[in-house]
Structure formats: structure tokens, C-alpha cells
Design a protein. Structure first.
Length: 127
């Protein structure tokens, strides 16, 4: 897979994962979500996760530090999203909101920074 294609996949992931905050905030407001907590927890079910674990990326890329960091942070992001939805299902909106504004926001920010860094690295190689 070319560096340009990797950069494009990362850009798409940033947008898709940014939408999770709205999805979770809406779930807290309405008290439910179409996505189950167990599905949200799985980091290999979203489009980026499918790509991240696919054979499209070379073994060399997967051994690299940017990939390793992003994979770990992506898993933590999804785990936290699942925790928020567990609280929503339990009717604990206040706790869900606190988790969304606290741990989830921090994990989302870390993932976004790591994705931005990785994208910048592959774009500089492609240039």
C-alpha cells in the first residue's frame, strides 16, 4: 500500500472517529444507541479497524512504532466508547457524560494526535 493511500485512510479515520463523540453524546441524551457496547468496544469492526488489521498494510508497516501506537490507542478509544454505552444502557447518564468528557475525550485526543503524526510521517515520505 502506498504512503499516499495510508495517509488517505488515516484522514478518513480521523473524521469517522470524530463522529463518535456526537454519537455518544446523542446516546446519553436519548438514553439509547443503535450500537451495542460490545460492538463499540471492538476495535476491528469500524472501517479503520478493519483496515488497520487487514493484510493491506505491510508487515514492515505493522512493525513500525506509529502503527503500534495507533493500534493501541484505537483499541483504548473503542473500549472507552463501549464503557460509555454500558453506562447509557444502565441509565447512568450523569456517569456516562462524565466519562465522555473525561477519559473518552482524553483517549480521543491522544488517538487524534497519533493519527496526525503518523499521517504527517507518511506524507513526508511520499513527498
Amino acid at each position: 500500500m502506498s504512503d499516499a493511500a495510508i495517509a488517505d485512510a488515516i484522514k478518513k479515520a480521523m473524521g469517522a472517529h470524530g463522529a463518535w463523540k456526537l454519537k455518544l453524546r446523542t446516546a446519553i441524551t436519548v438514553g439509547r444507541c443503535d450500537t451495542s457496547p460490545s460492538t463499540a468496544r471492538c476495535d476491528n469492526l469500524c472501517e479503520f479497524g478493519k483496515w488497520l488489521y487487514s493484510s493491506e498494510l505491510s508487515p514492515e508497516t505493522k512493525r513500525g512504532m506509529p502503527y503500534q501506537v495507533v493500534r493501541r490507542l484505537h483499541a483504548e478509544f473503542h473500549d472507552c466508547a463501549g464503557q460509555v454505552l454500558n453506562l447509557v444502557q444502565a441509565g447512568k447518564a450523569k456517569e456516562a457524560q462524565a466519562l465522555l468528557d473525561g477519559d473518552f475525550a482524553a483517549r480521543s485526543d491522544k488517538l487524534n494526535r497519533a493519527l496526525t503524526k503518523w499521517r504527517g510521517e507518511v506524507q513526508s515520505v511520499a513527498a
